[in-house]
Design a protein around this ligand. Structure first.
Ligand code: CA
Length: 397
C-alpha cells in the first residue's frame, strides 16, 4: 500500500535526500533510535536480533533520487494490472477460499471481489510482496530522514510487531518503503487493522491467506466501507451530456443519474440506492465511471486513482464481469512531470485553486481544470490534457 504515493512524494519533496550512507552514520542513527524503541516496549533482545549485522540499503537510497519523468498512461496501467492471468488467479482464489471469504463478508461487510481485487493489485495474490527485510528498509529511510519522523515511527512499530511474535525476522518481508506481506500494510496499518482470522495466535499477513484477506477487509471497514455498495461501474453517457456541474467529488443519488439518462455500460440497472459521482479518468474521450464512496475508501489503501480503478475492475472481472467497454484515448499525449507542474503553476497564476503545486493531479487540480475549461469554452471534463496546457500557455497573462 501507498507505494505510488511514496514515489510521488519522492519526486516532489525529497530531491536532495542522501543517495548513499556511511555505516558509521547508520549505526549512530540506530543507537539514537534504540531508546525510543525500548520505551515503546521493544526488548533489548528483540532490538539486538532485529538489527544484528545491519547495513543501510544503498539501493533504496539511490532510488529515492531517481525521478520518473512520465507517468504510465492509465490504460497501460490497467491493462497490466488486470491481465487475463491475474483474473484467472483471482477466480481460483475465489473458489479455493470460498467459505473463508463468505465468513469475512459476513463479519466485515466488504464483498469478496473487492478484497480479491485489492490483494491482486497489491501483490498479485501474495506472489510479489517485495522480498526486502522490512526493518532494514525502514531503518535506512528513517536514518536518511526521508519524510521526517514518519519512517522512524514505522520502524519502531515494525520492531513492536517482531516483539509481539507475529512474524520472524526471516519472514518479515516487504517493499522498499516497508509495505509488508500480501496486504502491503505499513507497520502502523498492521498495528491498527491486522487481524488473526484463523485464530492461531499470529496476525500473519505474510503467509496466512485468511489473515491477509480479513485484515484487508478490516482496513476497508474501518475506513468507512459502505456494505452492499459497489466501488463504482462503467457508464454510458447520453449524447450531448452536459458535464458542467459534474465532478469526481460531486455526488448525487443513482436515481438522479438515471433521470439524466446515464446507464450502466453493460446494460444492467444502476443500484437502487446509494449515490455516486462522475469520474472521467481520461477525459470526455475515454470511458466514464460512476464512483461511490467506496472508491474513496479504497483510496485510503492506495492514493492512486488508477490503482483504485484497477482494483475495482479486477474485482469485477473476477466476479465474471466484462472488460471496460469504451475505448481509451490512446493517442493522447502524456504530460511530463515538468508539464504537469507547469499546468498547475499556470492555473494558480490565473487564479484557480489547484492545491499543492506538486505535479500530482487530484480532485482539486481536476476542479481547477474544469473551471478553466468552462471559462475558455472547452469541453469541461476536468481532464488535464495537453490541449488544456496549450490553451493555458496561450492565455493572456
Ligand atoms: Ca493467524
Amino acid at each position: 500500500m501507498m507505494r505510488l504515493a511514496f514515489w510521488a512524494l519522492a519526486a516532489s519533496l525529497m530531491l536532495g535526500a542522501p543517495s548513499a550512507m556511511a555505516q558509521g552514520t547508520f549505526s549512530a542513527c540506530l543507537a539514537g533510535i534504540k531508546p525510543l524503541a525500548l520505551a515503546a516496549g521493544v526488548s533489548e533482545t528483540t532490538f539486538a536480533a532485529a538489527t544484528a549485522g545491519f547495513t543501510p540499503d544503498q539501493k533504496i537510497l539511490a532510488n529515492l533520487n531517481r525521478q520518473s519523468e512520465f507517468q504510465q498512461p492509465i490504460w497501460d496501467y490497467i491493462g497490466a494490472g488486470v491481465s487475463a492471468k491475474r483474473v484467472a488467479t483471482g477466480r481460483a482464489w475465489a473458489e479455493k477460499y470460498k467459505p473463508i471469504l463468505a465468513r469475512i463478508e459476513q463479519q466485515y461487510g466488504v464483498d469478496r471481489h473487492t478484497l480479491l481485487g485489492v490483494i491482486g493489485m497489491e501483490t498479485n495474490f501474495g506472489s510479489h510482496t517485495g522480498g526486502l527485510y522490512v526493518v532494514r528498509s525502514l531503518a535506512t529511510l528513517a536514518c536518511a530522514r526521508y519524510r521526517g519522523d514518519f519512517f522512524r515511527d514505522q520502524l519502531i512499530e515494525a520492531l513492536q510487531i517482531l516483539e509481539q511474535g507475529h512474524v520472524t525476522r526471516a519472514k518479515m518481508l516487504g517493499s522498499w518503503a516497508g509495505a509488508m506481506g500480501q496486504t502491503q500494510f505499513m507497520p502502523s496499518s498492521f498495528m491498527r487493522y491486522a487481524v488473526d482470522f484463523d485464530g492461531d495466535g499470529h496476525k500473519d499477513i505474510w503467509n496466512d491467506v485468511p489473515d491477509a484477506l480479513a485484515s484487508t477487509a478490516n482496513f476497508l471497514k474501518e475506513h468507512g466501507w459502505l456494505a452492499g455498495q459497489p466501488w463504482g461501474m462503467e457508464v454510458a453517457l447520453p449524447n450531448g451530456f452536459a458535464l458542467q456541474g459534474t465532478g469526481r467529488a460531486i455526488f448525487q443519488p443513482f436515481a438522479a443519474w438515471q433521470r439524466l439518462g446515464v446507464g450502466r455500460a453493460d446494460g444492467k440497472p444502476l443500484p437502487a440506492s446509494g449515490e455516486a459521482a462522475l469520474y472521467l479518468p481520461a477525459g470526455a474521450r475515454g470511458p466514464a465511471f460512476l464512483i461511490t464512496q467506496n472508491f474513496t475508501v479504497i483510496k485510503s489503501y492506495n492514493i492512486s486513482d488508477s490503482y483504485v480503478l484497477a482494483a475495482g475492475h479486477l474485482g469485477d472481472r473476477i466476479a465474471g464481469g466484462g472488460t471496460i467497454r469504451a475505448a481509451w484515448p490512446r493517442d493522447d499525449k502524456q504530460l511530463s512531470h515538468a508539464e504537469r507542474l507547469e499546468m498547475q503553476q499556470r492555473l494558480a497564476a490565473a487564479g484557480y485553486d489547484v492545491g499543492k503545486l506538486d505535479g500530482r493531479f487530484g480532485e482539486q487540480t481536476s476542479a481547477a481544470v474544469r473551471a478553466f475549461q468552462i471559462a475558455s469554452g472547452m469541453v469541461p471534463d476536468g481532464y488535464a490534457s495537453a490541449a488544456v496546457l496549450t490553451r493555458l500557455q496561450a492565455a493572456p497573462h
